[in-house]
Design a binder for this molecule. Structure first.
Ligand code: ZN
Length: 321
């Protein structure tokens, strides 16, 4: 009995591994570095481990402050039907129409990415290395989240359609099992984004349009799949854990015709392009001549606190994958 409880607790914890999962976020930021021009690589390549590791700080911050959660998603289907014309893409207009509390409650990811771009651009102008690295790592997280279909749906974990767990299935289990072996990541060079607002809104609308497929295909596959083969037990760090079986995961990925791979590739490309855009818009500062190379005591303390809160494992505010 004790063991069963433990497994259940772990499964619940696994569901709290938000977004692309830690694996996906780290991988996306890591790969994005290779799309940058040499003038940026001089900074980003030596710090590639930092950029990967801290890609998950925004998720850890959800255990510390309640305002963090809504920055990762938008329940856009709350605003009617695709393409959700009711919802203004301008933040002030949206707030004027629906009120700040309501806008925050249903999620703000497309606006938050733009705020982060503004901050990163300012950090480049300041030539502040610590800020550039921290903000680069974190904007990568929010951009990647905007690419996940279930981050643009109120039914984000299939909780309204009896598909609990699908969130982590699409964004963690599929890439963890298949990205290294089967996904392709030769993506060319980062581009300058002329209209970042329009860019991120397009990606969010694509996510929203795909959410229905993500949910429906899992349901169809479950109906046609032998019930005793949908899940399997795997040993993770010495603990027996219930997971979607390899055969079910592969079948789902095939049915989606590469959607997970495509969204991951687009995330990598978008992250690199946002970094590049911030640098260009800041006047292409020489990244060999930066100040503030070390993190301040305060910043180091913040990193530590993020980890402490995350280990305690209690999300502050509304939970939303
Ligand atoms: Zn997230």
């Amino acid at each position: 009995m004790k063991k069963v409880c433990f497994v259940l607790v772990l499964l619940l914890m696994a569901e709290q591994c938000f977004c692309w999962g830690f694996y996906g976020h780290r991988k996306i930021n890591y790969l994005a570095v290779f799309l940058l021009p040499p003038e940026m690589l001089v900074l980003y390549k030596p710090h590639i481990e930092f950029l990967s590791e801290h890609s998950v700080d925004p998720d850890k911050r959800r255990y510390a402050i309640p305002e963090e959660g809504p920055r990762h998603y938008i329940d856009i289907d709350h605003y009617g039907n695709y393409p959700y014309k009711e919802l203004p893409h301008n933040y002030d207009s949206a707030v004027a129409k629906f009120g700040a509390d309501s806008v925050a409650a249903y999620g703000i990811v497309p606006w938050w990415v733009q705020t982060m771009l503004w901050r990163l651009t300012a950090a480049f102008k300041e030539k502040n290395q610590a800020k550039i690295l921290k903000l680069s790592a974190e904007i990568g997280h929010y951009i990647a989240d905007a690419h996940v279909p279930l981050h643009a749906s109120h039914n984000h974990n299939g909780q309204f359609t009896n598909q609990n767990g699908i969130h982590g299935f699409w964004e963690s289990r599929v890439p963890e099992l298949l990205a290294e072996k089967e996904f392709e990541f030769w993506l060319g060079k980062a581009m300058h984004i002329k209209n970042p607002g329009q860019f991120i809104w397009s990606r969010v609308l694509e996510s929203a349009a795909a959410a229905d497929t993500v949910l429906r295909f899992e349901k169809e596959l479950t109906a046609s799949f032998p019930a005793d083969q949908k899940y399997a037990f795997e040993n993770r760090n010495g603990i027996t854990t219930k997971v979607y079986s390899t055969s079910f995961t592969v079948a789902y990925n095939n049915k989606l015709l590469g959607m997970v791979e495509r969204r991951m590739q687009q995330s990598v490309y978008a992250v690199a392009s946002f970094w590049y855009t911030a640098w260009v818009n800041a006047g292409q500062p020489d990244l060999k001549k930066l100040s503030n190379k070390d993190f301040t005591a305060e910043e180091l303390k913040e990193f530590e606190e993020l980890n402490t809160n995350w280990r305690k494992g209690k999300v502050v505010g509304r939970e939303h994958d």
